[in-house]
Design a protein around this ligand. Structure first.
Ligand code: SF4
Ligand code: SF4
Length: 286
């Protein structure tokens, strides 16, 4: 599929026609800050929201509403003749649509995909509405806090994977000739999300997706979450001694990083391969 990279000055038909057509048939993945924002807007606790409206422990928003545009099911938060019931708390993907966003080497790129502008098929009238610059559109959608959360969670994901690396590489496990850890990392990269969530277990899934943090600032929220996760990992696995215990710890922590990766829109299979190659370059074997 063709990708059109955009500058902030590019003008596009970005005034929404408000038909809600794009709230049907999508896969909206969530990070924990987005889950907390949705819950707040819905006046539920994150746990209640997660249990009512999400899949795989909270990383995917349910689309189980009425059939609508193109015979696709509506988002669980979509209300007929009204629109999004959680507008102020909606996730980044919804704020950006029809644009996409990518962070590459600390540079952010906005883009849209396909041969034509994505709104044109569901909402052809959009062409007659005022055109906006990409920069003005993003400001109007108040993406800033959500972009910061997304980028901070990418860092948290890497920090978590780094702990799995340390457990394998800095404890003597890899040096002992261990060949069992990396195949398990790969297995998790290939696992269905429900299977990986099951493997990680409810306690860690809750710690990952519904942390008890009430900060309204997205960067502070993710910073506290990072501290909480690291503390829990330290408490649980700091005294691991046998190779078996250390391997189990490395696998679980890598599983948490891969599950979060999926919630951030990354591909766990590709990431697992990348991380396996990195570990091998430091002497790990499989
Ligand atoms: S497809 Fe575009 S114009 Fe139509 S409802 Fe979605 S964002 Fe608005
Ligand atoms: S959260 Fe709101 S904006 Fe996003 S898909 Fe659901 S109904 Fe649409």
């Amino acid at each position: 599929m063709q990708t059109h990279k955009l500058s902030l000055q590019d003008k596009l038909p970005l005034t929404c026609s408000r038909t809600g057509n794009c709230c049907h048939g999508k896969h909206i993945f969530l990070n924990p800050w987005e889950l907390a924002s949705l819950a707040k807007e819905k006046k539920k606790t994150p746990r209640e929201f997660r249990n009512l409206y999400c899949e795989f422990g909270g990383i995917l928003l349910q689309f189980n509403g009425k059939l609508g545009w193109d015979q696709k099911q509506a988002c669980s938060q979509y209300v007929d003749n009204f629109g999004c019931s959680v507008h102020l708390g909606r996730p980044l993907a919804c704020r950006l649509y029809p644009l996409g966003r990518q962070l590459q080497s600390e540079e952010v790129h906005y883009m849209f995909q396909g041969d034509e502008f994505p709104c044109l098929a569901p909402c052809p009238d959009v062409i007659e509405l005022p055109h906006l610059s990409v920069g003005d559109y993003l400001k109007g959608q108040m993406t800033d806090a959500f972009e910061k959360a997304q980028d901070a969670y990418l860092e948290l994901m890497q920090n978590t994977a780094n702990i799995a690396f340390e457990l394998l590489l800095d404890t003597g496990l890899a040096e002992s000739g261990d060949k069992a850890t990396l195949p398990l990392w790969r297995e998790m990269g290939n696992e269905l999300p429900e299977v990986l969530a099951e493997r990680i277990g409810q306690e860690w899934i809750d710690c990952l997706m519904i942390p008890e943090i009430s900060d309204n600032n997205s960067s502070a929220f993710v910073e506290k979450h990072n501290e909480l996760l690291q503390l829990k990992i330290q408490e649980q696995f700091g005294s691991s001694q046998t190779h078996k215990e250390i391997r189990e710890a490395s696998v679980l922590v890598m599983g948490i990083a891969l599950h979060l990766a999926r919630g951030l829109g990354a591909n766990p299979k590709d990431l697992a391969e990348l991380w396996i190659d990195t570990a091998k370059s430091y002497g790990a074997q499989e």
